[in-house]
Ligand binder design. Sequence first.
Ligand SMILES: C[S@@+](CC[C@H](N)C(=O)[O-])C[C@H]1O[C@@H](n2cnc3c(N)ncnc32)[C@H](O)[C@@H]1O
Length: 260
Amino acid sequence: MRVVIAQILAQPSDEENELKRKLNLPLFRLDKIDKSIAPFFLRVDRNGLALHSTAEISPGELRVNFSSLRFRVNNALFKQNLLKAVGARRGRRPKILDATAGLGTDSFLLANAGCSVIAFEANPVVFALLEDGVMRYKQLGIKEEKIVSNLFLKNEDFLSTESVSNEIEVVYLDPMFPSKPKAAQAKKGMAYLQELVGKNNTDAKLFGLATDIARNRVVVKRAKKSPFMSMAKPTLSFKGGSCRFDVYLLNRATLPRIDS
Ligand SMILES: C[S@@+](CC[C@H](N)C(=O)[O-])C[C@H]1O[C@@H](n2cnc3c(N)ncnc32)[C@H](O)[C@@H]1O
């Protein structure tokens, strides 16, 4: 078992029971949880839902806190590579499908710019953290509620999805974990996710489905020096300090292959 739910008091709270039902994970008294039980536990407190590690040297709790992204939101958002890569600018807000939403940072930034974002996250624990973060942010005020009203969360595997709107202009993919993320918070988030979700080898399938669905482009986030995600060469790339956004414009002509 990878994750259990902490029961804080003698009797489980309504929130703990609800989480148990939703995630189908067992409850354990907090003082009984250690690494012999599971590498992670979820804990509900008055600040929402957090994931904790049972490792002896734990990097601390992980929760989705969109307020901590204030600096990025207020720092010339439209000039950031993420926004440039999806083709968002004043007067143009594409409809986006984020196929690998994770803890929702990228989806949230896109929603802040006014893009409508359908965000898929397959892992139920990661999804629960994301959903909790959105719910808490929404409660901060009318402005915050309006921002997250652009976000449509789906606890689904993108590869198994059966119905997707045919109005999606951009499919955004970020399935990989950077080996050395720069900021400490990103480091913790990615380290937890990497251990929880693990690696899979579905890049080719993700890319194929993304190109089938997107009307305008597929954008792939990669670590700065990683190879391209597919056999096709991106039309253009936006390179930043630690990551790169490869943009595949789909004018429905064949994508140029790396060896061409
Ligand atoms: C590197 S993280 C994404 C980080 C995200 N861009 C952010 O800003 O927080 C990758 C996530 O994609 C999810 N994922 C991978 N394959 C998926 C699929 N086929 N469908 C939905 N989610 C998937 C994983 O569970 C993981 O949480």
